[in-house]
Design a protein around this ligand. Structure first.
Ligand code: UTP
Length: 446
């Protein structure tokens, strides 16, 4: 892009200030700024400005809703679904899709969150556990499950390097597909693009919902189509307990012909920070934790159980067809008022003491109301969910390692092996994906 084109484009869109320091920039900075301007999506910026009008007013109440029904899979019907899931896995029709573009700010770890060392004995990374589960699926079903990983500009290179250094954890390289989510600018309260340096626009990731557009843009959807993928297992980077594309989940989702199926689990307590799946205006929807009142969170049924008993840990199945159709649709934008260092009129960088700018994000669960068929399945969180979100306290490395130990100990005990209380355990998922596989190894005691 040439300077004159950039100037016209910015001025037409009321953003001429982006070039305010042009004459003070060196040639490299000028080139980089023009490159950044070329990536700006002014239609999206206009949408952001539109929703800024309502910003600052209290968050819209979630409105009237009912908790969504939750199924507990069991019995013969479940067994038939497991067989269906196994068949799809063996036929190479299932993919794994991981969103790992987040900033991981609560954990405060330098580097991609997926490279965080979580193995209680080996310090192996979150990515290691995910990749070895996929390797375990490949071995169990004599198949190749392609692994699509969304990164962001801030962690893409480091994520790829982590896979390289670890020889892709044993996965075929051609089955690992990295794609980068979008970035877009933040806006001041009056809708202006923020410069964080005189020659640089402040950009932030477009949220995990940016996955849909990024899947399309990167060719990942096309790659899935070429491979004949029909069902896609979606998960987040922070949960090493996740059962990736387990045949029961794949099979139940496929047997229902669902656009989307969500695993949900009993909340730890009324205030656990999880979104809840509801039915509102005749459609399924996710209500975020922040949209719920204390009264809604604490309300109980006649038997004393929580009215909103189940939360979503963001473990989903999507049909390929639904993902593809949703990738063509514009998603709603959510905004967050944040402190963003920005240059003032004199070109000095100022760190604000109060929030001064809006960041925008898309959330993947906003596709839920568009699903024609959707189901929520109850699962056992002790087996499958313990995320690393915070540096300390709940959902921290310490609690995740504790929960991994508990689960693996139970697996070993079920296999007839008793492990002394103070012994650390770590099981490679490529060796055993679950308790039954571990038992089938016929472990000897001692
Ligand atoms: P979280 O909402 O937990 O955010 O992301 P985070 O960035 O990991 O951590 P904090 O909030 O800064 O502490 C849930 C999942 O969505 C992915 C994350 O990588 C994680 O797997 N994500 C989030 C993206 O891929 N892109 C985003 O823009 C945001």
């Amino acid at each position: 892009m040439e300077f004159t084109d950039a100037k016209t484009l910015l001025e037409t869109n009321g953003q001429g200030h982006v070039l305010a320091f042009w004459d003070k920039l060196n040639a490299d900075e000028q080139t980089a700024l023009l490159e950044q301007i070329a990536t700006l999506d002014f239609a999206a910026i206009a949408r952001m400005q539109g929703i800024l009008k309502d910003a600052g007013t209290p968050a819209a109440a979630a409105g009237a809703f009912e908790p969504a029904p939750v199924e507990v899979p069991e019995g013969d019907a479940l067994q038939a679904c497991v067989a269906k899931g196994e068949e799809l896995l063996a036929a190479g029709k299932v993919a794994a899709l991981l969103v790992a573009g987040g900033q991981g700010s609560r954990l405060g770890y330098e580097g991609p969150k997926g490279a965080y060392p979580i193995g209680p004995i080996t310090d192996r990374s979150l990515f290691w556990f995910h990749a070895r589960k996929i390797l375990g699926l490949n071995r169990t079903y004599k198949t190749r499950v392609p692994f699509y990983i969304m990164t962001s500009d801030t962690n893409d290179a480091a994520t790829r390097a982590h896979f390289e250094e670890n020889d892709y954890f044993g996965l075929p390289r051609e089955d690992v597909f990295f794609f980068v989510q979008g970035m877009w600018p933040a806006l001041t309260t009056d809708g202006k693009i923020i410069l964080d340096k005189p020659g640089h626009i402040f950009m932030s990731p477009d949220g995990h919902g940016g996955m849909l557009a990024a899947l399309d843009r990167s060719g990942a959807l096309e790659d899935m189509a070429k491979r004949g993928i029909e069902q896609v297992f979606f998960f987040q980077v922070d949960n090493p307990m996740v059962a990736i594309a387990d045949p029961s989940f794949v099979g139940i989702h496929a047997a229902k012909g669902a656009d989307m199926t969500l695993k949900v689990c009993k909340k730890r307590d009324a205030h656990e920070g999880m979104g809840v799946v509801v039915i509102r205006d005749g459609h399924y929807a996710m209500v975020e934790y922040s949209e719920l009142s204390d009264e809604q969170m604490e309300r109980t049924n006649a038997d004393g159980s929580l009215w909103l008993a189940y939360g979503s840990p963001a473990i989903h199945m999507f049909s390929y067809a639904f993902l593809k159709s949703e990738a063509e649709r514009a998603m709603p934008l959510h905004l967050a008022f944040k402190k963003i260092a920005m240059v003032n009129e004199a070109g000095e960088i100022v760190k604000p003491e109060k929030p001064n700018g809006y960041k925008f994000e898309k959330f993947i669960f906003d596709v839920i109301p568009n699903a024609k068929t959707l189901a929520c399945l109850d699962f056992d969180r002790e087996q499958e969910f313990s995320p690393v979100k915070n540096a300390e306290g709940n959902d921290s490395p310490a609690t995740t390692k504790r929960d991994l130990q508990k689960k693996w100990r139970a697996w070993l005990e079920a296999a007839g092996v008793t492990v002394p209380a103070d012994t650390l355990i770590e099981i490679d998922p490529a060796y055993a994906l679950d308790a039954a596989q571990l038992k089938a190894k016929g472990l000897q005691i001692g």
